[in-house]
Design a binder for this molecule. Structure first.
Ligand code: SF4
Length: 165
């Protein structure tokens, strides 16, 4: 059975930087019941605590963090790149261990965002971009969706299931 990597905060786990969570979402609950979900919070897995200061990537490009061209900085100016990179590596390890080809990750997060991101000014301004984990998974060939794209994720999963049936 095809497994799916899912951001823990989308499963109701209170791991957001402010201690919050999201959900429940269909079909994430169904996928959990089916045993398909591999849950991860890259920031917590990378060693950060909850709650933690908000962090952004200057320019909003997780790929630039992977390439060592930009840091991830907290609102206080602390460089938390190492924790973000460690969390992304854990996500990649899970993807490899479970043969995962689809992820549903939280939109607009400096780790998990797949289409847009905050620009590093902590002003709420958004740019096209992605988080550090989303960028690493995309490079590894994983299709990354967010919680606003669950219909597309469902279709992608159905296509994979049909391929492997
Ligand atoms: Fe953790 Fe990603 Fe959710 Fe942030 S968006 S709390 S890194 S799972």
């Amino acid at each position: 059975m095809q497994k799916i990597l899912v951001s823990r905060c989308l499963l109701g786990h209170p791991v957001r930087y402010d201690g919050g969570a999201h959900g429940p979402f269909d079909p994430l609950s169904l996928w959990q019941a089916q045993g398909r979900v591999v849950a991860l919070c890259p920031e917590v897995a990378g060693g950060l605590s909850t709650p933690r200061p908000p962090a952004e990537i200057p320019g909003g490009q997780g790929a630039a963090v992977l390439d060592g061209q930009q840091p991830v900085l907290t609102v206080d100016g602390a460089d938390v790149s190492a924790a973000f990179l460690a969390g992304a590596e854990q996500a990649l390890a899970l993807v490899r261990a479970h043969g995962i080809r689809i992820a549903v990750l939280k939109a607009r997060s400096p780790s998990c965002g797949n289409r847009e991101n905050y620009d590093g000014s902590f002003s709420g301004r958004k740019v096209a971009g992605e988080g550090v984990t989303a960028a690493l998974l995309r490079r590894a060939g994983v299709r990354v969706f967010n919680e606003e794209e669950l219909d597309a994720a469902l279709q992608a999963l159905a296509a994979l299931d049909a391929e492997t049936a």
